[in-house]
Write a protein that binds this ligand. Structure first.
Ligand SMILES: [Zn+2]
Length: 353
């Protein structure tokens, strides 16, 4: 199946897209852009849509168009990755290698094969060693007029400052939860990924994804999100009087360290909702779809400030886990913080259904 690369099909990112369209309309596109923003939010899709616009036959025939048609031969070739004037360079293994940049450098010396511009999309641009980065810099310094570069990076601070300064920065914000859901639904209806997901789980993963489709897809695949009710039940039924349970659960969670990030995302999702609710926010602020009853129960069993302290504890735990710490001890501390946040009377005695 073919996915046309058009601005219209991109979910979100109205601001950078509008900036590109208006530069295109006034023939003031820069020769190099730096697309910066978190991973998995659609920066490459926007770059491909821009590349398609620059190659699109319909756009060339109709100067008032500011989006690729998605249907002409050029657009179809861009969509399947076979347009000779649109190249995507990305890490081959861990890094973008010097040979890849040299090949790109070579190509910029030739005229476009078909269109009027060659577009080079350099994705994951921070993953270059010095030699490759210097070669890229050299390429960016020799514009030539017929080449255009979209440098994409989630960590632009790692780029050479000289590379950064050659590029016009374009910031991409994380997607809203609704936008992530929209993309996920689109992927599912195209039978590509995330098929057969229960609605609440998808919304929950989107809400916990930090606005990244890539992260949401990871969460959907995560065993933690698939058995989230069971896991939350275990955490929230812990009691002061049964300290052994706390230690056991901390140990079993810590034993699967690669899942801990997902566990923290799940807890954060629920506790953030509960703390907002306890602070008087309306239902519109809710993110944890399918977990409303649990959130209600949590928010009534704790004070707003105790819930906020759990949110802080989760964030702190995540930071600690990025360092070289004993995961079991860190999780014990978090679970104890969670137990302590409960009102002494409000026991949360029953496990959530
Ligand atoms: Zn077209």
């Amino acid at each position: 199946m073919m996915y046309p690369d058009t601005f219209e099909r991109v979910v979100g990112h109205e601001v950078p897209i509008r900036a590109l369209q208006s530069a295109y309309r006034s023939e003031r596109l820069h020769h190099a852009y730096l697309f910066q923003g978190s991973d998995g939010i659609g920066k490459r899709r926007v770059a491909r849509a821009l590349a398609a616009l620059l190659q699109c036959e319909a756009a060339q025939a109709q100067p008032e168009r500011t989006d690729a048609c998605g249907e002409c031969r050029a657009c179809r070739n861009v969509a399947v990755g076979s347009h000779p004037d649109v190249q995507i360079i990305e890490p081959d293994g861990r890094f973008i290698k010097i040979d890849q940049v040299r090949a790109l450098q070579q190509q910029t010396r030739f005229r476009p094969y078909e269109g009027t511009k060659r577009v080079f999309i350099i994705d994951g641009a921070e993953r270059m060693r010095e030699e490759a980065a210097n070669a890229l810099l050299k390429t960016l310094e020799e514009p030539g007029g017929q080449s255009m570069f979209c440098v994409i990076s989630a960590q632009p601070q790692l780029l050479l400052s000289t590379v950064r300064s050659r590029c016009q920065p374009l910031r991409f914000a994380p997607l809203s939860t609704a936008s992530v859901v929209e993309v996920l639904v689109g992927l599912q209806s195209d039978k590509r990924e995330g098929g057969g997901v229960a609605t609440g789980v998808r919304e929950g993963a989107a809400a916990a994804s930090g606005g990244s489709v890539a992260r949401a897809l990871q969460l959907l695949e995560s065993p933690v999100f698939q058995r989230r009710d069971e896991l939350l039940g275990q955490v929230l039924s812990l009691q002061w009087s049964r300290a052994g349970d706390v230690l056991d659960l901390a140990q079993s969670l810590a034993a699967r360290r690669d899942e801990l990030d997902d566990v923290l995302d799940l807890l954060l999702l629920v506790y953030r909702d509960a703390s907002l609710l306890a602070a008087g926010a309306g239902d519109a602020q809710r993110n944890a779809a399918g977990l409303e009853a649990l959130v209600d129960e949590l928010s009534s069993a704790s004070t707003p400030s105790a819930l906020v302290s759990v949110v802080e504890a989760i964030t702190r735990t995540r930071r600690w886990l990025q360092g070289n710490v004993n995961a079991r001890m860190v999780m014990e501390r978090l679970l104890l913080d969670i137990v302590a946040a409960r009102r002494p009377d409000g026991a949360l005695a029953q496990r959530p259904a």
